[in-house]
Design a protein around this ligand. Sequence first.
Ligand SMILES: [Fe+2]
Length: 452
Amino acid sequence: MIPSHTTQRDARGVPVSRCDPRSLEDFETALVRFQSYFGDPMETLDAALERDPGFVLGHVFRASALLMMSERQFLPEARRSIEQAEALGHANDRERGLITAVRHWLDGRWDRAGQAWDEVLAEEPRDALALQCGHLTDFYLGDAVNLRDRIGRVIAHWDRATPGYSYVRGMHAFGYEECHQFDRAEDAAREALELEPRDAWSVHAATHVMEMQNRYQEGRAFLKDRVDDWAPDNGLAFHNWWHLALFHIEEEQFGEALGLYDGQVSTGMGEMSLQMVDASALLWRLHLMGVDLGDRWSTLADHWQRKAPLENGFYAFNDLHALIAMIGAGRLDAAREILAAVERAARGDEPVTGMMARVVGMPCASGFLAFAEGRFDDAVTSLAPVRSIANRFGGSHAQRDILNQTLIEAALRGGQSGLATNLINERAEHKPHSPLTRRFRKHNQGAGLQAA
Ligand SMILES: [Fe+2]
């Protein structure tokens, strides 16, 4: 054991309170796993804590990583970990700041958690754990500006020699992309990948740029050419495969997208909401295009329903995707139960997730349910006003495009030709070379409606 008067520091020079030196090594291993999505950080942390139960940072890291799963089921375990960290009584200032952030999250104040991580970073700008948790929280909050600027506030304290610099550049890349600064985003992602080709988040950021810039063929080649870097045994692989499927859908290559669903996006899904969200979103996009999906919906709906008693009403972004699976499987009663859970959350006193449910979750869930029931005008009424503020329940531009596609289909099927034309024109502004956009337009014309 290190005497308490000495200060240990991690590989970036950030102070760590008293612990076994081997625990510090385990922290670095777990951190790289957390940053790279290769390997399970929890496994490393659990082993470290079994050997060294006084490892404050291990307990804090464990709690933080559990929260980043965006599921209610992990809150009790995260709470236990943070209580253990607090009970030890020898946390340093930085670790107390990290504990405060976790406490805010557990209290439902995701926004204050984000602030608390920023306060840690003000003193320790190379705190990679605070930075990544803040970044992921910004994603769950749909806070594009902070996805970019939280990184921008500290990156001057990092350089190419700092361990983990590529991952910081990758986060910056994603932030730039969500702020529509595509050139800077791609520069950052490519620099990160030059330093660390096996950086799944930077691959992801560059993929988002290509999605937003309609570079579908290039995007497919980009992902396929480096597939060995980001896919095998990577925890984010399902999401990058999902992006590859989106490229195919934009080019009306629905069979390829469905093949990716079967072979990659839905494989080994277990019951992780993050992956089930992508599965729902992919099937829904194919469903809108009239693709026969066989029994895939019912399999996916079963996964969601096993989680429903605990998770419904926790996080509206997940709720919407669970509801979509129920609609796809024809389980409209279960879909209505999810809508009711979102409405309860909207009336509840959770300050952040309640707001998400009220402002975005309810209109989206109502709109999709109306769509499923053939009430297309009601679907339009619910979905049209929420799109421009839908970032408030999190996700990326690419993920939230499901709202645009559904609204266009609702307008088309409801015979609202003027609105359909305008929405298709809007999509064409952003995606002028997309065969999918042309397909919407053709559908509009084919229905005898007014063409743009
Ligand atoms: Fe993404």
